[in-house]
Design a protein around this ligand. Structure first.
Ligand SMILES: NC(=O)c1ccc[n+]([C@@H]2O[C@H](COP(=O)([O-])OP(=O)(O)OC[C@H]3O[C@@H](n4cnc5c(N)ncnc54)[C@H](O)[C@@H]3O)[C@@H](O)[C@H]2O)c1
Ligand SMILES: [Zn+2]
Ligand SMILES: [Zn+2]
Length: 366
């Protein structure tokens, strides 16, 4: 079987993969399309520590091929988006609508594959850069066959993460203002989540100037080129507020700042640009040792906050059908996220384009 394997120092295309049979509650999904998320690249460059050899990919969609004896939620032939949350369904968090907090949903490192005959790990419980993968039935969310799988696959990470950060984690109110740092696959979905939430101002920030047109197409009202301007000063200028009345400290900035790059330096800017009462949402994932300095009085004066967000705080079996419905109603942009489609052989070219900031998303097809 073919796939992209992380060997410990690089990612390589192989045709020497094997896959075990599904367990009673598992399903085998034949991958049709898989988006390349920056988190896959972060495994390869060591930012996200992961054992090797492992089969990469976690933004996939495909067709159910085989089901275990206890599987009731899907059947062979169903089109599915594969979520990374192999949540247990039993615990306190699963039962209060927070499967991303299920202790069983983090890591999930197992060795369902072989690579050249030796055991090989999965990645993010999914491994969608393989022709076939085995996942828990809770992860295989059926969708309408009207949605092209080349677009639907992006829901599995970038869309769930970005839109979910706005609607589930931040719960942005209509009229709120926001800045989005990083206009990649995740940031564009934060931008369209903000549009869905009726944010009044959506300032997109990227260090690649050509991202402006994409950002505006997804709903940004302004764009700041971080390679030429200090984004904090630029956003303050764009969003002055009348905080000086009554003798208070004059301030300016945004109600929400989303960091979608994975850089502690950018996170510091996102925190800095908050207006009174503003909240910064850390979405990007830097190295495990990364730290951000916080001036405590910046938080206390007045009511600012910093929160993290895993996987859009999503409830995949609720959110994926919701997002598919919004797409079919013409309210969620998916096709426009696909900048480049390549067979597995094109993986390196997609990665190079991603590093150069040329893509919304690159998609691998099988
Ligand atoms: N929290 C989660 O659950 C979750 C889920 C998916 C991805 N992520 C993380 O989100 C981050 C973004 O992922 P992605 O797939 O959108 O990446 P991407 O490569 O598609 O996009 C990153 C964007 O950031 C821009 N950028 C780089 N440096 C910048 C800077 N200094 N200032 C402004 N913009 C800058 C790039 O030009 C690019 O447009 C990664 O760290 C990824 O690991 C987190
Ligand atoms: Zn991802
Ligand atoms: Zn659970």
């Amino acid at each position: 079987m073919r796939g992209i394997v992380y060997t410990g120092d690089k990612a390589e295309l192989t045709d020497e993969l094997g896959l075990r049979d599904p367990g009673t509650t598992e399903v085998v999904v034949r991958t049709i399309a898989a988006g390349v998320c920056h988190s896959d690249l972060s495994v390869v460059d060591g930012t996200i520590p992961w054992p090797s050899p492992s089969v990469l990919g976690h933004e996939g969609a495909g067709v159910v091929e085989e089901v275990g004896s206890a599987v009731t939620m899907v059947k062979p032939g169903d089109h599915v988006v594969v979520s990374t949350l192999a949540s247990c369904g039993m615990c306190r968090w699963c039962n209060t609508g927070r499967p991303a907090w299920c202790r069983r949903s983090m890591g999930n490192v197992s060795q369902p594959f072989t690579f050249r005959g030796d055991p090989a790990y999965n990645f993010a419980a999914t491994s969608s850069f393989a022709e076939r993968t085995v996942v828990q039935q809770v992860q295989a969310v059926p969708i309408s066959k009207d949605v092209p799988l080349e677009s639907a696959c992006l829901i599995a990470c970038g869309v769930l993460t970005g839109v979910g950060a706005v609607l589930n984690r931040a719960r942005v109110d209509p009229g709120d203002t926001a800045a989005v740092f990083g206009v990649g696959g995740v940031g564009l979905n934060v931008i369209q989540g903000l549009r869905l939430a009726s944010a009044s101002r959506i300032v997109a920030v990227d260090s690649v100037a050509s991202k402006e047109s994409l950002a505006r197409a997804f709903g940004a009202t302004e764009f700041v080129d971080a390679s030429r301007t200090d984004p904090v000063a630029a956003i303050r200028e764009l969003l002055p507020t009348g905080g000086g009345e009554g003798g208070g400290m004059a301030t300016s900035g945004v109600d929400w700042a989303f960091e979608c790059v994975g850089s502690e330096k950018v996170l510091a800017s996102a925190l800095e640009v908050l207006d009174w009462g503003g909240t910064c949402v850390a979405v990007g994932v830097p190295a495990p040792t990364a730290e951000v300095p916080v001036r405590v009085t910046h938080l206390t004066h007045v009511d600012r906050g910093l929160i993290g967000c895993r996987y859009g705080s999503s409830r995949p079996r609720h959110d994926i059908p919701l997002l598919v419905g919004l797409y079919l109603d013409g309210r969620l942009m998916l096709d426009e996220l696909v900048s480049r489609t390549e067979p597995l052989e094109g993986f390196d070219a997609v990665v190079a384009d991603m590093h150069d900031g040329k893509l919304a998303r690159g998609v691998l097809t099988f």
